[in-house]
Design a protein around this ligand. Structure first.
Ligand SMILES: NC(=O)c1ccc[n+]([C@@H]2O[C@H](COP(=O)([O-])OP(=O)(O)OC[C@H]3O[C@@H](n4cnc5c(N)ncnc54)[C@H](OP(=O)(O)O)[C@@H]3O)[C@@H](O)[C@H]2O)c1
Length: 307
């Protein structure tokens, strides 16, 4: 099969398009023929940190068709359509059945591939860490990328009054996705304004934890879920000390969760949540897709079209 393999000696990029052996599922696994995959910050961050998957194939989100199943697999059978798995910048991947969920017929493969990591991260930030409630004032900082576009829409679904923070070129997109207020961070620093928020989801951006905390209402919660590694480390180390009063700082490490994915798929099915796809790249151009996400402020998800 064709796949994009990590090769640390390769140039100009360590992700190279090659012919490799097609995987064979073990007794508990499913072999999926991948139609679409999507790129996440996780891919380039893992490369930078030297965290390389065993089979050297990145790609945490897939959508495709089950081709064969191991003898202990009961939830899926060949021909079943599935989405959400692990390890998929390739034509095929083997995954444990618990990593997969059924894909409704009215959601396209590319929409399904654009969902799992980014939408689950947004959901867990707002719900699990942020305890979002209807009527709350919620600010999404970095509301225009893969995670941010889901966070903005989900906050609206949960009944919040949503302020989206993004750059000039994405202001209109944020309004279209339902934001009540949009702040262009190139023109205005929300941490210096008089507005206060019950929940801030910090997806991206370079504000200090003190600046974020200053614009939290009493009892408010700041969820750090992305941005610079230094910011994430600070939230892990000093966040607990800064949470001594009523304003809390929480750090999210999102985890795959079939119930969360089911909820998200339901929102997409009923038209309330729209995956925003910025660009599509063929599998052979995956290295360029990963570079684009890392360097170019993508406006939504980047999809890899395998078929
Ligand atoms: N905690 C977890 O478990 C978890 C899971 C998945 C992802 N993440 C993290 O979530 C973050 C978001 O990932 P992503 O896939 O959505 O990609 P991303 O690269 O963060 O998204 C790009 C968006 O970020 C915005 N942005 C860049 N600089 C900004 C700034 N200074 N202020 C405000 N917004 C800014 C850009 O908007 P403009 O073009 O409008 O500037 C761009 O649209 C990453 O840091 C990733 O590591 C965390």
């Amino acid at each position: 099969m064709k796949a994009v393999i990590f090769d640390k000696h390769a140039a100009p990029d360590v992700l190279v398009f090659r012919e490799v052996e097609k995987p064979v599922p073990n007794d508990n696994e499913v072999l999926v023929r991948i139609f679409d995959a999507s790129v996440n910050a996780l891919d380039y961050r893992s490369i930078r940190m030297g965290i390389i998957p065993k089979k050297r194939i990145f790609g945490a989100d897939i959508a495709g068709i089950v081709e064969t199943v191991g003898c202990n697999v009961h939830m899926f059978k060949p021909g079943d359509v599935s989405d959400c798995g692990l390890g998929g910048f390739a034509e095929y991947v083997t995954v444990p059945e618990r990593a997969l969920g059924p894909k409704p017929a009215d959601i396209s493969f590319e929409q399904a591939a654009a969902l799992p990591v980014a939408a689950i991260t947004a959901l867990q930030a707002l719900q699990n860490k942020g305890g979002i409630r209807p009527g709350q004032k919620v600010l999404v900082c970095g509301a225009s990328g893969g995670v941010g576009t889901y966070a903005l829409q989900l906050a609206k679904i949960f009944g919040a009054d949503v302020t989206a923070v993004c750059s000039t070129k994405n202001v209109q997109q944020a309004y279209t996705l339902g934001a009540d207020h949009v702040i262009d961070y190139k023109r205005e620093d929300f941490t210096k304004s008089a507005s206060r928020y019950d929940l801030i989801a910090a997806v991206n951006g370079s504000y200090s934890l003190f600046a974020y905390k200053r614009v939290l209402e009493p009892g408010g919660i700041l969820v750090i879920l992305g941005g610079a590694l230094s910011q994430i480390l600070k939230a892990a180390v000093i966040g607990p000390f800064m949470s001594a009063g009523s304003r809390k700082i929480r750090l999210l490490a999102a985890k795959p969760n079939p119930a969360d994915l089911e909820l998200i798929v339901g929102f997409v099915k009923d038209g309330r949540l729209k995956p925003v796809i910025d660009r599509r790249y063929p599998l052979s151009d995956t290295a360029e897709a990963v570079r684009y996400l890392e360097k170019e402020h993508s406006g939504g998800k980047i999809v890899i079209t395998v078929i």
